[in-house]
Ligand binder design. Structure first.
Ligand code: SF4
Length: 351
């Protein structure tokens, strides 16, 4: 029996457990399976833990844009690069909540708030805790991404009621230093441990299309799957073309079939995790997205803007999901409304 077939037996048997001891060779054996076999195995894993005809819909808002001291080579928000992005201050809580309300009306069930910081200041964390508390009051799941956290900061967010913390490992351990030099991968892993210890669920994935090899993409999945607990959410991002950042010189969009294979491999390796098609969906055809859903992707971001880049419009998503017979916050609520950037303070439950 070959390695991939042995993994299939482990993953589909009644005794299947969440595995935390993958290696790249095993991941590659899965990834390289004949396409039909890989898709069947991914579908089996998917159906074991999820409704295969349902996709989670989340919404992402940049609550503080640009001016970030980190040097992530793919990012328009770093102060190290000339990207013509206008930096902003931290948004007012009431404006954040108003945007969350519109996202909920458009079909989002989770609201993610992103701030371009290396690590939050205590004063700013007070404001973010207020936002978390107020957005939860709308009946939405909450997620924030604020950079590195201390154990105490993670505890404060947990006490505010935060459901998820996003902190991506970005890429493989081998490729990491080619993309970021202002922090180490271990810094990231330490913050993930603080978040987990505080009782917050983890959203952690990475980016492809930056010039990495297939082995780096698989190394990233191995890194994620070998964390002490699999991340509850695994976002897979396609690098969005941004002028003026170092990755512009190395980027290479992945072959569409390679993307589907990666999603299927992630589904099999982390069968209980939600796998999200995140940034880059505007580059993907409906057919490619459908194949990714078939491979086990079961979450998307909805809205017109994803941090500082474009995302497919909600009505296009509603149309695609309806044609595929996939339920979601959009189709379930019969909402196709597009929501727009915040305009005014509405006196929500904020300090
Ligand atoms: S830490 Fe986040 S906001 Fe800052 S440069 Fe890196 S990706 Fe961009």
């Amino acid at each position: 029996m070959d390695a991939a077939a042995q993994i299939q037996r482990k993953e589909t048997g009644d005794e299947a457990q969440v595995r935390n001891h993958w290696n790249v060779e095993e991941a590659k054996a899965l990834y390289d399976r004949p396409f039909a076999d890989l898709m069947l195995q991914a579908q089996r894993a998917h159906r074991k833990h999820f409704d295969p005809n349902h996709v989670e819909t989340a919404s992402l808002l940049s609550i503080k844009t640009g001016g970030c001291p980190e040097d992530c080579g793919y990012c328009s928000q770093s102060v190290h690069y000339e990207t013509r992005l206008k930096a902003t201050r931290l948004m007012h809580c009431a404006d954040v909540v108003a945007t969350a309300r519109r996202a909920k009306d458009a079909g989002a069930t989770r609201f993610c708030m992103a701030a371009a910081w290396r690590t939050p200041k205590d004063r700013d964390l007070d404001s973010v805790c207020d936002m978390v508390n107020a957005v939860k009051g709308l009946g939405m799941e909450t997620c924030v991404t604020l950079g590195m956290l201390t154990p105490n900061q993670a505890t404060r967010l947990a006490e505010a009621g935060l459901d998820f913390y996003n902190h991506n490992v970005d890429t493989s351990p081998e490729f990491y230093s080619k993309i970021i030099t202002t922090r180490s991968l271990q810094d990231r892993i330490d913050t993930l441990a603080h978040v987990r210890d505080a009782g917050i669920k983890i959203c952690c994935g990475g980016i492809i299309g930056m010039g990495e090899h297939v082995e780096d993409r698989l190394g990233m999945l191995v890194l994620l799957a070998n964390l002490p607990g699999h991340p509850e959410s695994v976002p897979i991002n396609l690098w969005n073309k941004i002028e003026g950042v170092p990755v512009e010189d190395t980027a290479e969009p992945p072959d569409p079939i390679a993307l589907v294979r990666l999603v299927a491999t992630a589904r099999i390796m982390m069968s209980r995790s939600v796998v999200r098609l995140s940034a880059g969906r505007q580059y993907m055809s409906d057919e490619l997205q459908a194949l990714c859903f078939l491979a086990g992707a079961n979450s998307i971001f909805i809205g017109d803007v994803l941090l500082t880049t474009k995302d497919p419009k909600v009505d296009r998503d509603a149309d695609l999901l309806a044609r595929l017979g996939i339920t979601s916050g959009i189709t379930g609520g019969k909402q196709c409304a597009q929501y727009v950037a915040p305009t005014s303070s509405l006196g929500e439950k904020c300090r």
